[in-house]
Design a protein around this ligand. Sequence first.
Ligand SMILES: NC(=O)c1ccc[n+]([C@@H]2O[C@H](COP(=O)([O-])OP(=O)(O)OC[C@H]3O[C@@H](n4cnc5c(N)ncnc54)[C@H](O)[C@@H]3O)[C@@H](O)[C@H]2O)c1
Length: 428
Amino acid sequence: MIPQHEVPSYLTPHEIGPWGDYLTQIERVTPYLGSLSRWVETLKRPKRILVVDVPIERDNGTIAHFEGYRVQHNTSRGPGKGGVRFHQNVTLSEVMALSAWMTIKNAAVNVPYGGAKGGIRVDPKTLSQGELQRMTRRYTSEIGIIIGPNKDIPAPDVNTNEQTMAWMMDTYSMNEGATATGVVTGKPISLGGSLGRREATGRGVYVVGSAAAHTIGLNIEGAKIAVQGFGNVGGISAKLFAEAGAKIVAVQDHAGTVFHSNGLNVPKLLAHVAEFGSVVGFSGSEEKMSRDNFWDVDCDIMIPAALEQQITETNAHRIRAKIILEGANGPTTPQADDILHAKGVLVVPDVLANAGGVTVSYFEWVQDFSSYFWSEDEINSRLTRIMTEAFNAVRQVSVDKEVSLRTAAFLIGCTRVLQAREMRGLYP
Ligand SMILES: NC(=O)c1ccc[n+]([C@@H]2O[C@H](COP(=O)([O-])OP(=O)(O)OC[C@H]3O[C@@H](n4cnc5c(N)ncnc54)[C@H](O)[C@@H]3O)[C@@H](O)[C@H]2O)c1
């Protein structure tokens, strides 16, 4: 059963979108929070929402305006932390939900951050490099009043990357009058970035996915995997699973789907995407597959690594995988969670599965403050340890309380956030 949620006056009921999914997830964990449930309303209201106008001069001399957001959902455990997304479908509901999932995720893996997220409603593919740079800089300047190395630290997300972070760092630094590398993570290595950050989310997905497979007796070697989204998260996860002997049988991105029953050649597919911008036209695909048929693919693990609300009550019953490994944030709706649970599919939730990115972002931030940089081996082994421990802790709670991995991860995360809230007390 999906409850009706109270909708804040700044969202209309039909716009509740991913924020509604998040509220249902909070409803589901609340009965397990004991006396801390007194504080649970704090998780249902973002602490701070900033909506900004981002005007730029286009290359042709016209002026374009874009809608920009930064939401700080909760800062009880530390500064806000979360990515910045450039996408034509960005909405306030989406950014609110993404910021809230960051709160839960950061607490679930115990990095000392609150949760935040930002975005601009724009299709960046329609902008030149110069326009993209001007938009990124103006947005950074507009949200500059609430971000900072000790306040809120953005990072890359969908359609943003190291170059975006370099422009953001430079803009913030110019406004401050001093170079502030710690204001963003996911920077280029030459500007205070961390080794292993680019691969960190995909690596974490691989580590947690392998641990989850082990618990159901599934061998990664020879396992069939379908991946939706072949960008930073989907591309790296697919590469690591393929290197471990899995067969990546299907890959879908924004433009199309490719399939090979014996496994696609992942390095060649990555090279194709780097050259042509999508998987479409890849010569190593066995057959053409419609977008919708992706959900019927015969596979052991499905990795949604694109956008929210992809697995819903309309397609969940068709999924043949034994494990859903959430690389994306919010890919599975609560209704789909129920269907998958009834089918015996193990859903490894986003707030655990994709936490590798923010974990190495935390390493990057620590390295920036101490101006002392670690080796890639050190980073990867610390990442693997944190992700494995987090998975084991979540699984233990799920067994003890007889709840899904998602509710278990929420239970750990919400408990840490609400304990901090209670101990700090309400100001004034
Ligand atoms: N980058 C990170 O470190 C990180 C960390 C944690 C979670 N995530 C989450 O992972 C997801 C992907 O992020 P990313 O950084 O890999 O982004 P990205 O921009 O690098 O890649 C996004 C991919 O999704 C595909 N895509 C977009 N729309 C699609 C659609 N409708 N159907 C199928 N595929 C579609 C794109 O073609 C692309 O392959 C997002 O949910 C993001 O919030 C990212």
